[in-house]
Design a protein around this ligand. Sequence first.
Ligand code: UDP
Ligand code: MG
Length: 326
Amino acid sequence: MTDVSFVIPCYNEEGNVAAIFDAIHAVFDPEGISVETVFVNDGSKDGTKEALDRLYKSCSGKANIRVIHFSRNFGKEAAILAGLQHAEAARYCLIDADLQQRPEVALQMYRILDEDPEKDMAAAYQEKRHEGKVLSFFKKCFYGLINRMTNVPFREGASDFRMFRENVRSAILSMTEYYRFTKGIFAFIGFDTVFIPYEAEERHSGKTSWSFTKLFRYAVEGILGYTTKPLLFPFTLSVILFFAAVIYLVLRLVIGNALHVPADGSVAVITLILALASLLFAVLGIFGLYLSKTYMQGKDRPVYIVKEILEGNKNDADSEKGRQDI
Ligand code: UDP
Ligand code: MG
């Protein structure tokens, strides 16, 4: 059996796919560790499809490689799921295509799992981030919020750059939800994990596909997917408002009576109407969010759709032909 299968989600990575393939083999081949690469082309709009097809062809008989082309862009989470479903090895490694996550760190993870059979997973976390202060601040808020609101521990800075054993893979695959939030899935499934620090490199080529809005939406998905506590928020608010209204009314009557001030409630009425209206909209909005999730899950749609799979390109290096090719 192959030692490690690398699952590589690719969205507009034409300039990176061959480079990450070479980088992985350059690190693992000399160590005598057999490798499989599973590229998932997540509906790229650039030349990623052609680059992968070329790579697949050039590997014939030389390396274990699988290529999955999606019919459109389904997102990184869907690409990871598809990759893991099609991968086959003793260990699995999730790695980005852009070489920001170095295969040398993956080798470190491999050694950790090799040395300690009790450990199920080795995960990299970013100690230093090369990003703006605003984004860093929002990420901190996100981790603070999600850790307070959910019952599963989220580790700040932990990426999905990880290597794990079959038990972890089957746990991930057993989570059949439509909205896949990888950080949440890892937090939920648990397992013995060793965290190692790493520093993300500059992108080898191309640019990131995560805009601030996309990250924000991802964070909201994460929170909605793992807790129903926001549903309690309007309820708490309504209790507070109810008591506030009672106290206001009593005080206004008592004080107004004592000071002989006639009760003119117009300001209070307008404020109350506005407060109640905004409260109602908040409740409706939150119900709507959860309802849409239930609706989508109820439809039981596939998480992704495959257009084409290239596989069976097994490493036959022992055969005469394979040896000549190499
Ligand atoms: N990716 C993907 N589908 C998407 C967006 C990204 O498969 O819709 C892949 C992308 O090709 C890369 C990884 O996910 O291999 C991380 O994306 P990116 O480098 O854009 O994110 P960043 O490193 O900036 O967080
Ligand atoms: Mg990247």
